[in-house]
Design a protein around this ligand. Structure first.
Ligand code: FAD
Length: 621
């Protein structure tokens, strides 16, 4: 049967990528269908119920700046909020929230159900309708055909999913959910490069069987951070405490004793796992000299006793899991509610995608999330939003859009994936962004909301409040620049007491704010009225303090932008460029960069090689 209504965009999969994708397309006015295995699992957190953290919160705030759901759902479901790296510079500061997984999911479901232009349908997608290298629609498990202009696939860990606990394995998309086998087979028929990756999760523990006495407590920050520009601490639920415990020599012995039955170490698992989120058996193997690792004990929610022991992800056999858990302080009598496991799944080489996340070989087919080789809710959500908005643009016959590396972490993420590909699960770090002084989590809205509004992603209320904030910043900056303090005045004396030097000439307040000893509160009230809005004050202070570095990064960006505008023809023969080493020629030929800027980001392609390439393109272009 053919479904009577045609859609502009179909999104397959209601995880973190899929929900952002369908919400984005629908916000932009496209008639959108979300097709997912099970409506009860929309927005489900497969692993740790935590959002944000270093590098990741930048993505969450960018999704938020573009009108997306993740940050707001975090405020509605967050049971502990902290700012990481609070004492370091603003570029690497990051907000992290522990969420109640039920409240988080409910918040996402609520947004999906109340989004105009969005239809939900519960069914597995088993096949794609492809005609003349163009996607036309999707066929579900019961043979129902849905037609659309574009399709976004966000199947997460489900494609060919294989769950491992010790040497036993079974098919599954994640524990308790079916895998996507038919669709995996169908996708393998398409000319896309596919491979396997793996990820894992720890056993969950019943809090009633844990002895918390003597364990280090960890509360959230006060004042409590907020994740979304549309959020506030009043909407955040009751806050909870986390604890810290440690593995010990006995734990490590138990793990070593079980390695012969580990699917990873016995060669049963072929896929590569996340380097920065290793299993406990991996950590013990890689850091053999360490006799203890931290374990963060994190509650899974307000209405459950389940605890997430962050740091002991494992796929060892269940008997080894029990022994290793019970060897840890506080867990001596712990009851495991769900065993830990690893999962292997199909992912596609992201080098086969365009920056819009449309596949290069099948027009109108977009990929987002874990299937592109990434790991993490935030990486998935950010890609979902980008794929959804571009699927919508395509359906509306408009040009694609993707942020540049100097505009957003989302730009860095997509550019890294497309230019360099990935052989292991890719997660975001601040160190991946060369312009991280510009790409702070505190200015995500200033970087992206105007573009989001232009694309139709940002609603009226968010836009009004953004314009108000931006205007307040501009007016206050103007006021500070125009307000002068004379040497020898009482105001100068107040400043001198703080900076411990004499002011020998007149200064405006903005220049004074650049001094490391002075904060906004110190200078803004010297003359006139300071602003009351704390985020406005924070923004003004950060921009003043880092203005020198920011200006330098901006100059570099302007210089490099000429590369961005120098295209390299699709059939360009890199072997003909004189002066390039064979290694560089090989790398360029394999990556096929579309512009000089992409070429410059391929590892091993030096600035000198780029100059040679630029000269050649100019001469023969
Ligand atoms: P998912 O959240 O997996 O969502 C996929 C959705 O697609 C599901 O709703 C599914 O039902 C639906 N679907 C799939 N196929 C079909 C189909 N054919 N038809 C209809 N619907 C379909 N991340 C970390 O950052 N660190 C970790 O340590 C970590 N460990 C993990 C451990 C495990 C065991 C698992 C399963 C995941 C782990 N993750 C971890 C990854 C994190 O869960 C994912 O990165 C994130 O959920 C990816 O989001 P996604 O939207 O791409 O896919």
């Amino acid at each position: 049967m053919i479904f009577p209504e045609h859609f502009d965009v179909i999104v397959i999969g209601g995880g973190h990528a899929g929900t952002e994708a369908c919400l984005a397309a629908a916000r932009m006015g496209s008639k959108t269908l979300l097709l997912s295995h099970n409506i009860e699992t929309l927005g489900q957190m497969s692993c740790n119920p935590a959002i944000g953290g270093i590098g990741k919160s930048h993505l969450v705030k960018e999704i938020d700046a573009l009108g997306g759901a993740m940050a707001l759902a975090t405020d509605k479901g967050g049971i502990q909020f902290r700012v990481l790296n609070a004492r370091k510079g603003p570029a690497v500061r990051a907000t992290r929230a522990q969420a109640d997984r039920i409240l988080y999911k409910a918040a996402i479901r609520d947004m999906l159900e109340n989004q105009p232009n969005l239809w939900l349908f519960q069914q597995a997608a088993d096949d794609l309708i492809v005609e003349n290298d163009q996607v036309r629609g999707v066929i579900t498990q019961m043979g129902l055909k849905f037609y659309a202009r574009s399709v976004v696939l966000t199947a997460g860990t489900f494609l060919g999913g294989l769950i491992h606990i010790g040497l036993q394995n079974h098919s599954g998309g994640r524990a308790g959910d079916p895998p996507s086998i038919a669709l995996s087979r169908r996708l393998r028929e398409l000319p896309l490069r596919v491979d396997r990756l793996k990820t894992g999760t720890p056993p969950r523990i019943d809090a009633r069987t844990v002895n918390f006495e003597g364990l280090e407590k960890q509360w959230g920050d006060e004042p409590r951070p907020v994740m979304s520009v549309r959020g506030n601490s009043a909407m955040q639920p009751e806050q909870m405490c986390c604890w810290i415990t440690h593995t010990n020599a006995k734990t490590h012995d138990i793990i070593r004793g079980g390695l012969d039955r580990s699917p990873m170490y016995s060669g049963v698992i072929e896929g590569i796992g996340p380097r920065y989120c290793p299993s406990i058996e991996d950590k013990i193997h890689r850091f053999a000299d360490k006799d203890s690792h931290q374990v963060f004990i994190e509650p899974e929610g307000l209405t459950t006793h389940e605890l997430y022991p962050n740091g002991i992800s494992t796929s060892l056999p269940f008997d080894v899991q029990m022994n290793l858990v019970r060897s840890i302080k506080g867990f001596e009598n712990a009851h495991i509610v769900r065993p830990g496991y690893a999962i292997e799944y199909d992912y596609f080489n992201p080098q086969d995608l365009k920056h819009s996340l449309e596949t290069k070989v099948i027009g109108g087919l977009f990929f987002a999330g874990q299937i592109n080789g990434t790991t993490g809710y935030e990486e998935a959500g950010a890609q979902g939003l980008l794929a959804g908005l571009n699927a919508s643009l395509l359906a509306q016959d408009k040009e694609p859009w993707a942020p540049r590396r100097d505009e957003a972490y989302l730009g860095v993420l997509v550019d890294d994936l497309i230019t360099l590909g990935t052989r292991e699960p890719y997660r975001m770090f601040t160190s991946r962004a060369e312009y991280r002084l510009l790409l702070r989590e505190d200015n995500a809205d200033l970087r992206l909301t105007e573009k989001g509004r232009e694309l139709g992603l940002v609603g009226d209320e968010q836009w009004r409040s953004f314009c108000d904030k931006r205007e307040q910043i501009e007016l206050e900056q103007q006021r500070l620049r125009a307000t002068w303090i004379q040497a020898g005045s009482p105001e100068a004396a107040a400043i001198e007491a703080k900076v411990q030097t004499r002011l020998l000439r007149e200064y405006n307040l903005y220049d004074l704010l650049k001094r490391p000893e002075l904060g906004y509160a110190d200078v803004a009230s010297l003359k006139g009225e300071p602003v009351e809005n704390a985020t406005v004050a924070e923004q003004i202070e950060i921009e003043a303090k880092y203005s020198g570095y920011i200006d330098r990064q901006q100059e570099e960006i302007d210089r490099l932008r000429q590369y961005e505008n120098t295209p390299i023809p699709a059939d360009f023969d890199f072997t003909k460029v004189e002066g390039l080493s064979n290694e560089v020629k090989g790398k360029l030929t394999a990556a096929r960069p579309a512009t000089l800027a992409h070429a410059s980001r391929i590892s091993g392609v030096t600035p000198a090689a780029i100059s040679q390439l630029m000269l050649y393109l100019k001469k023969h272009g």
